[in-house]
Design a protein around this ligand. Sequence first.
Ligand SMILES: [Zn+2]
Length: 161
Amino acid sequence: MNRFDEIINKAKEIVDVAGNKTKEMAELTKLRLQASQLRSEIDKNYLKLGELIYQLNKAGTQNQELIDMSVAEIESQLVALSELEDKVNEMKKVVKCPQCGAANVIGSLYCSRCGASLENCEACSEEEANEQEDCGCHDGQDNQICESCQSQEVSEEKTEE
Ligand SMILES: [Zn+2]
């Protein structure tokens, strides 16, 4: 009988019940950690590359192949880093309430300030919310696609020929 495990599992269940927000925060923290680890790896490789060039120069030799390999490694790490950063930015997106303009965590069904439904505008980002007074998709104008998030579909314009 392992009571300690039981307690841990119970705690995990509670965390799960706490919902998506917590999971997203944990995921975001994880991604940020990975990004910062990768950044320091890249820094190390820059140093190694610099040292390599220094040593080669000092010895009066050339080894372009070695330099190319080092550059290629850094390049692939930079690509991975920018992918990570994209994910982080993606996760930082918020939903702007169409009624009151409050920024809500993406995935929220209702505005935390006024309670309006947020289902139609999930992709509006925080930046866009700051830039634009209104995203245009819930402004009393029917059948409009949101310019910034394009999440609201044009309601059935029956194609009659
Ligand atoms: Zn609101």
